[in-house]
Design a binder for this molecule. Structure first.
Ligand SMILES: [Zn+2]
Length: 419
């Protein structure tokens, strides 16, 4: 058991009980008021453990803090960013976290009254954690290890750095942000206040994994205008927008859908369709890691739209596309030391670093394009966004060690020139 075991466990249990579920984003400020409970908890905790420049930006619901460089160290400031909200998919209120010590590899009874059991065979990931201590729920809510496991690790790191001034590290900047789960993209994060030129987000499953690639992403809407005529006298006159919506969807490559793709393969995904004879609307998203591939997909949607218009008349179909985020790898490749130091820090802790392109977006992707290069280190939770979510305490301990190592390696690198 490492020196961080109790600290990360206590923190994860405490944070899990604070409801901070996000909702639909509308306008400035957090999507739900309850996220302020986490913000207030974290800002008072940071003050308690001696973090400097603690600032709670109340309107934006973002908490900042800073740990000054250790005496005599001149190094590039480094930031860690984690999100305070939990996913809206499953209830996040009334979370009752508990610790299963030394997991034996069998099924786990989560809730005797309701007969909820986590069947080991249904969750093969459990096998990796035999002998470890798992933080679980009572099977009726999510745990919120996404992303509170990361907050527990970062806060424990902060405490440790402040207790051990002899550890060499540069300035460490912290930020806790709202609404990651609902596409907030850390929009209101003030980069000036954060005070660093580089950052890492901590999020995602499987300890020791990291990401420096995300999808390029767009949302598209196809509006189709039909011609409604009484069905008895429709011959030669009616244009059924529902049929055209189906025709459009049949043009999309059958195997390039989320359920048939993995790794670095991109896809089209129809999120919703609503239609009548008079009008149809197809909402879809487009994802591709490669920027040329992404452009080709958008061009393909244009060509599908043109094909409908050439068959049924100009203006029948109108496509609108909104870019959502871009692959951060395009910019991160300019700063190879960011992922190199991260890989070394993971290896320092006895883990094999695993880099997997993130089949989604991260706040870090948005921040990278705002000028804050920001790869992601896994937070180490498992089964996120569901009732069977859990966090191995040992994964959080590892993350504290990885972060410590990362801070030390940054200090060794010294101050960076203007880039
Ligand atoms: Zn997350």
């Amino acid at each position: 058991m490492s020196q961080f075991h109790q600290a990360v466990q206590e923190r994860m249990l405490r944070y899990a009980m604070i409801d901070s579920q996000s909702g639909t984003v509308s306008g400035p400020g957090p999507s739900t008021a309850c996220q302020r409970n986490m913000a207030e908890e974290l800002s008072s905790e940071m003050k308690r453990i001696g973090v400097s420049e603690v600032f709670y930006d109340e309107p934006a619901c973002i908490v900042y803090g800073r740990i000054p460089a250790s005496p005599g160290v001149c190094a590039e400031p480094l930031a860690f960013i984690t999100h305070m909200d939990t996913a809206p998919d499953v209830s996040g209120s009334g979370v009752r976290p508990w610790v299963l010590e030394k997991y034996d590899g069998g099924d786990i009874l989560l809730n005797r009254e309701e007969g909820i059991v986590m069947i080991a065979a249904d969750h093969p990931v459990l096998k990796q954690y035999v002998g470890q201590d798992l933080i679980l729920t009572d099977g009726t809510t999510l745990l919120g290890g996404d992303d509170k496991a990361a907050i527990a690790a970062v806060m424990t790191l902060a405490e440790h750095l402040l207790l051990c001034p002899e550890l060499p590290h540069g300035p460490v900047c912290l930020a806790f942000t709202p609404d990651e789960e609902v596409g907030g993209l850390a929009r209101e994060l003030d980069l000036g206040r954060l005070g660093s030129r580089f950052a890492y987000t901590l999020d995602g499953d499987h300890v020791g994994w990291y990401q420096d690639q995300t999808f390029n992403a767009a949302a598209a809407t196809l509006e189709i205008r039909g011609v409604s005529v009484h069905t008895g006298t429709a011959k030669g006159l009616m244009v059924n927008a529902s049929d055209l919506a189906a025709e459009f969807m049949s043009m999309l490559p059958a195997m390039e859908k989320p359920q048939f793709t993995e790794g670095v393969e991109g896809f089209y995904h129809v999120c919703s369709v609503s239609s009548s004879c008079e009008h149809a609307r197809v909402d879809l998203i487009v994802r591709d890691f490669d920027s040329d591939g992404f452009a080709a997909r958008l061009a393909f949607l244009d060509s599908c739209t043109e094909s409908l218009n050439s068959r049924y008349g100009a203006g029948t179909a109108v496509l609108s596309v909104t870019e959502q985020y871009r692959n951060m790898g395009q910019l991160l490749s300019r700063y190879p030391f960011l992922t190199e130091l991260l890989r070394q820090a993971i290896s320092d802790c006895g883990l094999e670093p695993v880099c997997e392109p993130f089949r989604g977006g991260t706040d870090g992707a948005a921040l990278t394009f705002r000028g804050l290069p920001c790869p992601n280190l896994s937070a180490g939770y498992e089964n996120a966004h569901g009732r069977f979510e859990f966090v191995p305490v040992q994964s959080m301990e590892k993350n504290v060690e990885i972060l410590l190592s990362l801070c030390r390696r940054w200090a060794e690198m010294g101050a960076l020139p203007n880039l």
